[in-house]
Design a protein around this ligand. Structure first.
Ligand SMILES: Cc1cc2nc3c(=O)[nH]c(=O)nc-3n(C[C@H](O)[C@H](O)[C@H](O)COP(=O)(O)OP(=O)(O)OC[C@H]3O[C@@H](n4cnc5c(N)ncnc54)[C@H](O)[C@@H]3O)c2cc1C
Length: 445
């Protein structure tokens, strides 16, 4: 919080923020659908503000007292957040959902909103079931276990086992050396790579497997996941490439050992009067409170902010593909708009910041976007990458392990040298991070 506040002061952001207002509708008023579909260039001209014949965005804002206001804007940047706001709750067949349960059902978001002390009081003395096994679920279960102890254990329902980590290193080596350097990016195929890189990725792919197994062996040694039947079915590499793992709260498995947390694997469950019944079982797990830590509907939030059904459809694209964003930022078919924070990484502040620099360069006329056709071809290449390495989680658009390759594209667009290290060996093996891009926004090198 202090960091964010300091950042806001440093860049004098606060005076530009209208607090307590919510955008409830966006409407593009300008060239009609037919004309937009005929464009070769983004917005008709390729320019961020779409030149003389541009349209405008009508932005409807709702204030805390319910009053609405409309603003007319030349450009809109959507930073709605992917993991907040709109909870994702699984659906149940009739009378098998929360309505059948006598206790309370909430989402992890509701608990977070209460603040620590109210939340602690709320969970105290309750039989609790937490659904999920990623960051929110782990944090919530650990808090409940600390408050209620082994007399009132918190049960976690785990549908998919995850490679959750005690820290960001394995066998004494930081993950940066396994996954965030240029050498590690040679071990898999990248969107838009040439023949040499493609050949190298194929030849080196066994090494990718070795590294993944090496890290897995460490996690299996340092955490009792074998003992509790929690070894994931997928590789650690897949977890990294889809950004689907979490840092364990400190001493998480001590709580499992002292039975203040009970782990249960189950592909599905249903509610009953007293609690929930796991698939294949007949005796319910009793509960007073069920907490869904099952994530958020990032897609829906993005879609429903648009008034026009056609833009709603275009913005998130077909479910068969990733959300169509060029450089994970621009929808080639939606003019005068950018989206930041949809595609995720393993360090989103870093990713969003470099993406924001790229966008300001674009809006400042620092470079031109390619044609819509070329942007869509590029989007397809990234879609193929996401499907190949994130498997069924491709809609997450994770650039987790391909961050340097991704940043290279942004640096080249902005006219900066993408190679940020000094010396061949450093460039190949040293981990890349936010520090390597310091000064990118200030002046051309
Ligand atoms: C439990 C948990 C742990 C996480 N840990 C990490 C981590 O360790 N590292 C990491 O990189 N990421 C982590 N994340 C992901 C995290 O959500 C993002 O990194 C970060 O918050 C993204 O910032 P953002 O600004 O894109 O979105 P958000 O932080 O979600 O901010 C979105 C903002 O937009 C506002 N907003 C939304 N809709 C509207 C609207 N219609 N009108 C007006 N305002 C609106 C919201 O109120 C909010 O203020 C975690 C997420 C969760 C849930």
């Amino acid at each position: 919080m202090e960091y964010l506040e300091a950042y806001a002061h440093r860049f004098d952001i606060i005076r530009h923020v209208r607090f307590g207002e919510k955008v409830v509708g966006l409407e593009y008023v300008g060239p009609d659908q037919e004309e937009m579909e005929a464009w070769d260039l983004w917005g008709g001209t390729g320019d961020g503000f779409a030149g003389a014949g541009r349209g405008v965005w009508h932005v409807t804002v709702e204030k805390e007292d319910g009053a609405k206001e409309e603003h007319v804007m030349d450009f809109v940047v959507l930073c709605l957040g992917r993991f907040s706001g709109l909870p994702k709750i699984p659906s149940f067949s009739e009378n098998k959902g929360p309505e059948a349960f006598n206790g309370k059902v909430i989402h992890s978001m509701d608990l977070a909103k209460m603040g620590s002390s109210v939340a602690a009081e709320y969970v105290k003395g309750k039989h609790i079931i937490v659904i999920g096994f990623l960051k929110s679920a782990l944090d919530v279960a650990a808090e409940c276990a600390d408050i209620n102890g082994a007399e009132l254990p918190c049960t976690m329902i785990v549908r998919t086992k995850r490679w959750n980590l005690p820290d960001f290193s394995a066998w004494g080596i930081s993950f940066g050396y396994y996954y965030f350097n240029r050498f590690s990016e040679l071990l898999f195929h990248k969107p838009g790579e040439g023949i040499m890189l493609s050949l190298l990725a194929t030849l080196l792919s066994p090494l990718r497997w070795v590294i993944s197994k090496f890290v897995e062996s460490y996690i299996k040694k340092i955490t009792p996941i074998k003992k509790y039947g929690m070894v994931p079915d997928h590789s650690f590499f897949q977890a990294m490439s889809s950004s689907l793992f979490a840092l364990l709260p400190e001493n998480f498995y001590d709580r499992v050992k002292n039975e203040s947390i009970i782990l249960k694997n189950s592909k599905s469950f249903e509610f009953c009067k007293d609690g929930i019944i796991l698939e294949g079982e007949s005796v319910p797990i009793k509960a007073d409170l069920v907490i869904f830590a099952t994530g958020f509907k990032g897609d829906e939030k993005l879609r429903t902010i648009f008034k026009s059904p056609s833009l709603q459809k275009i913005v998130t694209g077909s479910l068969e593909n990733t959300v169509p964003l060029y450089r994970e930022c621009i929808n080639p078919r939606i003019p005068q708009m950018a989206i930041i924070g949809y595609s995720e990484s393993l360090s989103n502040l870093y990713t969003s910041e470099i993406r924001a620099m790229w966008l300001t360069h674009l809006l400042d006329g620092g470079f031109q976007l390619p044609s819509i056709k070329l942007m869509e071809e590029d989007v397809k290449k990234w879609d193929k990458y996401m499907k190949e390495y994130s498997h069924e989680y491709y809609r997450r658009s994770s650039i987790g392990i391909i961050h340097i390759w991704y940043n290279d594209q942004l640096c080249k667009d902005m006219g900066y040298n993408p190679k940020r290290k000094k010396g061949f060996l450093s460039e190949l093996f040293m981990p890349y991070g936010p520090n390597d891009y310091i000064g990118l926004g200030s002046k051309k090198e």
